[in-house]
Design a protein around this ligand. Structure first.
Ligand code: ADP
Ligand code: GN1
Ligand code: MG
Length: 378
C-alpha cells in the first residue's frame, strides 16, 4: 500500500525509476507534485491529488478530461503540432484506470510534465495578454465539435450568481466563526451590487446565448507559457471543463490578465486595470472565436469582465466567513485580502466600463472582418 507520493507515483504507467515527488505550483485547489524519474524517455511527470471535497466525482472529472484531451490531441496531430506539449497527456495507472484511489480514500492522477514553461499570476506584457487570449479562445474553438454526450457537470452551478449569492447570504446569517462583525464594509459592498449581476444568467434563461463547452477556470496561470518564446503552449487545469457560456472564459481571464497586481495583493492601492492588456487579450480571444460567437454573446463580454472579480471576490469572502474551508490559504486573513483586492479591481473596471464596451465592439468587428476575408480565400 502506498505511503508517500513517490509510492503513489509508482502505481502509474511510467517508464524509469521514480526518484522524487516534490510539491509544485501554486494552485488553490489540488495538491500538485513534480515527479522526477531516472532512466525513462520522459523528463518528468505531474502527480495530483484531486481535491475530492471540491470535486466529489473524480471519475466523472477524469472522464471529461480524457474526452477533451483526446479530441485536442487529435487536432494537434492534424495540424502537425506536438500533442504532448500542446495538450495535457493523461498517464493511466498500471491497471488501466485514469485515477487511483489510495487506502486513505485519496484520489490521484498523473500527467506528462510540460517543461520549459511558466505560469504567470499577472500578465507582464501585451504579448502575454494576447497569447493568453489566443490560447483560451482556441481551446473553446477546438471543443466546438467534441463528439458524444454532454460533458459531466463537475461542479454544478459553478458560475451561477444566484447560487453563489445564496451561499454568501447563508454564511453571513450563520457566521460560523464570528467573522462577520469585522467584515461589514465588504459584506455591504458585495451586497449592494448583487442586483446588477444577473446579466449572463438572465440571457441564458431567456435562451439568448447558447450553451458551449467552457474551461470555466481561465485564470492566466492555467495556461503554460513557453519560457523562451513567450508563446502560449498549453491550457491546463481541466477539472472544470464542462457546459458553460463563452463569456465565462473571457471574463475570468480578464480578471487576472488586466489586474496590475496579484489576486491577493494586500494594498488595494496597487490594484489597477490595464486597458492595453484588455485590448490585447480581447484581440487574442476574439481572433479565435469571433467567427462563430453570436452578437449577443460578444455583447456580454464587457459585463463578464466586471462579473468575474465580483463573483470570485464574493466566493472568497464567503469562504472567509465560513472559516477558510474551500481555498488554500497561507495566513488567517488571506481570503479577506483576496476579496478586498477583487473589489478594488471591480471598482477600477466600473470606471472604465464604457471604454471596454467600445473596445469589444471595435475588436470584434476587426476580427470578424479578418476572419471572413481569410475564410473566403480558402
Ligand atoms: P489547481 O487546480 O490546484 O490550480 P493545476 O492543475 O492548475 O491545479 O496545477 C497547479 C500548477 O501545476 C499549475 O499552476 C502549473 O504551474 C502546474 N502544472 C499543472 N499541470 C502541469 C503540467 N502538465 N506540466 C507542467 N506544469 C503543470
Ligand atoms: C481556483 O484551481 P485554481 O487555483 O486554478 C478556483 C477558481 C477561482 C480561482 C481563484 C475549482 O482556481 O474558480 O477563480 O481559484 N477553482 C475552483 O484564484 O474553484
Ligand atoms: Mg490552476
Amino acid at each position: 500500500m502506498p505511503s508517500s507520493e513517490v509510492d503513489v507515483a509508482k502505481l502509474f504507467d511510467i517508464t524509469g525509476r521514480v526518484t522524487a515527488a516534490v510539491p509544485f505550483g501554486d494552485g488553490h485547489i489540488n495538491e500538485t507534485y513534480r515527479v522526477a524519474v531516472d532512466g525513462g524517455p520522459r523528463s518528468g511527470y505531474l502527480l495530483q491529488q484531486i481535491n475530492t471535497r471540491v470535486f466529489t466525482d473524480p471519475a466523472g472529472v477524469m472522464e471529461n478530461i480524457a474526452r477533451v484531451t483526446n479530441h485536442i490531441r487529435g487536432k494537434c496531430v492534424e495540424a502537425g503540432r506536438d500533442p504532448d506539449r500542446h495538450s495535457l497527456t493523461v498517464i493511466s495507472a498500471r491497471d488501466g484506470a485514469r485515477c487511483v484511489v489510495d487506502e486513505h480514500g485519496r484520489a490521484w492522477r498523473m500527467y506528462l510534465f510540460i517543461d520549459r514553461t511558466v505560469g504567470l499570476g499577472v500578465a507582464d506584457s501585451e504579448t502575454t495578454a494576447r497569447e493568453g487570449g489566443r490560447a483560451f479562445g482556441e481551446f473553446q474553438r477546438l471543443l466546438r465539435d467534441l463528439p458524444g454526450a454532454r460533458l459531466n457537470e463537475t461542479i454544478p452551478a459553478f458560475h451561477n450568481i444566484d447560487h453563489r449569492l445564496e451561499q454568501f447570504r447563508a454564511a453571513v446569517a450563520e457566521d460560523p466563526v464570528a467573522r462577520a462583525r469585522d467584515t461589514h464594509r465588504e459584506i455591504d459592498e458585495y451586497g449592494t451590487r448583487a442586483h446588477a449581476m444577473r446579466e449572463i444568467l438572465s440571457a441564458a434563461e431567456a435562451g439568448r446565448i447558447p450553451e458551449r463547452i467552457a474551461h470555466n477556470d481561465t485564470k492566466l496561470n492555467n495556461v503554460l507559457i513557453d519560457e523562451a518564446s513567450g508563446r502560449a503552449v498549453c491550457v491546463i487545469d481541466l477539472d472544470t471543463v464542462m457546459p458553460g457560456y463563452s463569456m465565462y472564459d473571457f471574463g475570468d481571464s480578464i480578471r487576472t490578465v488586466t489586474n496590475t497586481a496579484e489576486e491577493d495583493e494586500r494594498d488595494p492601492g496597487k490594484v489597477g486595470f490595464n486597458m492595453g492588456y484588455f485590448t490585447a487579450f480581447s484581440e487574442g480571444f476574439l481572433g479565435e472565436t469571433a467567427a462563430f460567437l453570436t452578437p449577443d454573446e460578444i455583447a456580454l463580454f464587457p459585463f463578464a469582465a466586471k462579473f468575474f472579480p465580483y463573483i470570485m471576490g464574493l466566493r472568497m469572502l464567503t469562504d472567509f466567513l465560513n472559516g477558510d474551508v474551500y481555498y488554500k490559504t497561507r495566513y488567517p486573513t488571506h481570503n479577506l485580502v483576496r476579496a478586498r483586492s477583487q473589489l478594488a479591481l471591480l471598482r477600477a473596471m466600473e470606471n472604465r466600463y464604457d471604454e471596454m464596451r467600445a473596445e469589444i465592439a471595435r475588436v470584434s468587428r476587426a476580427c470578424y472582418i479578418t476572419n471572413s476575408r481569410s475564410s473566403s480565400r480558402t
